[in-house]
Design a protein around this ligand. Sequence first.
Ligand SMILES: Nc1ncnc2c1ncn2[C@@H]1O[C@H](COP(=O)(O)OP(=O)(O)OP(=O)(O)O)[C@@H](O)[C@H]1O
Length: 700
Amino acid sequence: MAAVKNGREYLLHVTETLKHRIAQLDESIEVGQKEIEGMHEYYWENYTEMDQYGYENFDNQQALLHEINASNEKIELRRRFRKMVDSPFFGRVDFCYEGEDEPEIFYIGIANLAEENGGPPLIYDWRAPVSGLFYDFDKGPASYQAPLGEIHGDIAAKWQYKIRGGKMIYEFESDVKIDDEILKAELGSNGDVQLKNIIRTIQKEQNAIIRNTSDRIMVIQGAAGSGKTSIALHRIAYLLYHDRKNLNSSSVLVLSPNGVFSDYISHILPELGEENIREMSFDLFAYKRLKKVVSDCEDRYDLIERQIAGLCDEKLLKEKLSRDFLDRMEGYLVELEDSLMNFRDVEHRGVVKKEQEIIELFYFKFMDIPLLSRMDAVAEYFIDEVETLKGFNLPDEEREAVKSRFYRMYETRDLYVLYNRFLKQEGFPSLPQVQYEKRKLRYEDVYPVLYLKYRLETQQEDSGVRHLIVDEMQDYSMIQYLIIQRLFKCRMTILGDREQTMDGEQQDVLTFLPKIFGKDIRRIVMDKSYRNTVEIASYANKLAGITEVELFERHGKPVVEKEFPGLEEALESVVRELRLEKQAVIAENADEGVEDIISYETAAVIARTADEARETYYILKEKLEAEGFDTKERLSLLHRDSTNFQKGLTVTTFYMAKGLEFDQVFSVFPGQDRSPIVERARYIAATRALHELYMYEVVK
Ligand SMILES: Nc1ncnc2c1ncn2[C@@H]1O[C@H](COP(=O)(O)OP(=O)(O)OP(=O)(O)O)[C@@H](O)[C@H]1O
């Protein structure tokens, strides 16, 4: 097809090919399904007569499995092709290899396509080595990293296309990287309910992160809206594509802040032709691990609420999150080696293990096993001896009884008690000494107890995770990173923004990450922001005193700052300014009389606390219903237990809004609260806005 040079002609040819391949797959999938059904039938009809050793049965099952896998692969390929019909390609690079006269033409799309399986590609996957040219170079000398080494040449031309519903909307030759006009159009469009895939407009500096395979741990400090989350997900799609042997979607885990965020990003990988990855909130993970120790744990959101309500001893919190606290805990762990133990002789079925022998086993032979699991090894060792001497295996119950005599040599194995003892010893207020049912850990104690658990109980465990993504890295403390380091020995992409710390004080995790992970870390700073208009981004940066962020030149309405005597009045204004329905509006900077039709997909009212968000929601519900707004479908209260993010108007807190974005944002805060944490909250709220921002203060 090299003769076809025109995008429209090429589109026709590609569309025909897609239709043809889909039809072929339809047929072959149908044949495969019949084959599978036939195999099932054969099995049920004949299984009683199959050979007694099960060989035939085994062969049948293998054949069936093979057929099912082949069928699934075809279904997956058909799904990908069907998706490609809408927009088969978005870019083209004419690349002249060094020493050649004629350029070769590469069309780039969401996935590979050839006229037949294994044939020369008509379209290259955006992750293919050669596609790097599209993102990284303008016209002129260029190179890309192929499996056999770097390939050099010249880009003779670069084209960009917009195809929708199989129709060419536009095509043009561009000599800049990714034309700014296209990016502006992408960014200027309304926010979807979920994060968008950005393969058409990935920027050079973003591409470098997506395609990086050499660094084990990448730490990305990126300004609000710089594309961190988008990049992390595209990076995973890239790594899955290039390393199918070692990586699959179930071996990638994202530590995400909450269920809503997971929902918000959940479609990107399937859209990029990959299966979804696992996600987990670290707080939930901790709670599950500590279930046997305490009946409940606070999470990060409880802590924030407590901090805003002034119910948190900030000094104590800071102390418990400090390096010094951790060092003291390490000292305590050393002390426990001795102070926790009461060794004594054990005798069973006439076999005796002397105290001194137990001590030797405990401190020498099994010294590498964590303290609270070590006695188990000693007990097993003794049981083994008894069994050898007696010449038979002990029944399970008897084994357990022997083990419990060994366990009794620990003064206690209760982590709650051990932690409490540590607090007391170090002069910290102790936790209430209560029964399990009443034990609830405050957030600042959750991770120290989990840390104790790992240090005292757990040996190296293989989580099966080969790549870990930590989003919102600034929200994790040093002790959490230490736990992460113990749990995951894999590659990592850690990303966040120190300015979006949900704390009074900024935490720059980059200062301590190298101490935890060593020199394997590659640190990258992204200071160009794409989400907000220049007006919104400049306003937000001023709020946080940020100066070094580069802004993408996209302009919009000036930020509106207003004070109101009460919440009711503020929300009346929200209802007036809301542009979720098609509405004719006098454009701010336009000539008088010129009207714009403005209609957005998403808007949010962002509040300070969960209670304030709830109150806001109910007032708004009433006001909007009076205006005939469909509140059932288009108004939602997003809280910590929510699992999805909906179109329309969302009412939520600043901490739940993190990571999300909305066309219009109304930040409604109590004007009198100027505490550092709430000032950060205003910044987080402001940076959520794509096109319009209203900063409302309720000044009683
Ligand atoms: N290269 C790009 N092309 C098109 N859109 C982009 C690009 N990079 C970022 N964006 C858009 O910018 C917005 C912000 O991206 P994203 O949410 O990934 O940023 P972030 O750095 O994680 O933000 P935050 O930390 O503020 O939550 C999204 O709408 C995303 O689609």
